[in-house]
Design a protein around this ligand. Sequence first.
Ligand code: NAP
Length: 315
Amino acid sequence: MAEAGTPSPAIGRLAIVGLGLIGSSIARAARRYGLAREIVAVDTDEAVRDRVRELGIADHVTGDPAEGAAGTDLVVLCVPVGAMGPVAQAMARHLKPGAIVSDVGSVKGSVVAAVQPHLPEGVYLVPGHPIAGTEYSGPDAGFSTLFAGRWCILTPPEGTPDEAAERVRGLWEGMGALVETMSPEHHDLVLAITSHVPHLIAYNIVGTAADLEAVTQSEVIKFSASGFRDFTRIAASDPTMWRDIFLNNRDAVLEMLGRFNEDLAALARAVRWGDGDALHAMFTRTRAIRRSIVALGQDTAAPDFGRPRPAEDAN
Ligand code: NAP
């Protein structure tokens, strides 16, 4: 990562559209590591714009997409997936030749389909998706090290000039991310099983617990064990963002959900028939996956995700 004050930032004017968790983290990191000469924040929400000004994480703040696009070298769309197309449409004709449009959307196929048709000749699309985030939203939720040591997947369409893709890679690497390139379709399949289906399961299990008749809601909250508590963290994620993800990655999510349902039926059968060997073999395999994630530095090995323990246990 470059240190703040690097003499010639690789990007001239960087426009970030949508200053929520991800957009404000990019603004903070770009400033901290000196990755852009000028940072422009574009957001439709007046309260967000006011807060961004207070935080001082951008050089210019505007609600006007045309102003955000003018003279910009790299635009990063950080709005919910369903808003990517309309935002690109509003900015496109104000972009200069050679400008690059990127995004951070959690689905890639639908974003390419929604954004690409609006871009004029000579403006290049390099979609991206940082595999980093929290369950919090808004400009106060962001922080400059969000992407450090995390993966960012780029899905440049065929024919994208190498230089444009390299420019976007440089931004992410400058923020400490590890970058990998793949097709939008493959991205959507991989993320369906690693992110989208797990969120659906979390939303469902928390919803089911809330609807139970034999167990009161206050009991669910009071006696929430770590398994349920961990699901509630995921199920607290932004409703707009996740609605858009499921509306835009339908095929891959349904395919992975089909596999999930088959495997769940097999587990239910093992429970019904008291097949301890099958359960033990499955749980041993899954434990190895957890250990690989920790070994790759993508999560902490601390017990209970590093939650502080009661004082008497902490010694
Ligand atoms: P967020 O905190 O809710 O921020 C989104 C921001 O975009 C909000 O300030 C929102 O304003 C603004 N916005 C909405 N529509 C807009 C429009 N048409 N024009 C300009 N601004 C607009 O969301 P986030 O978590 O940063 O997510 C942003 C994107 O990152 C999503 O596409 C998501 O899929 C992707 N992503 C998220 C995560 C994660 O863990 N959160 C991880 C990786 C990628 P309002 O206040 O009016 O809503």
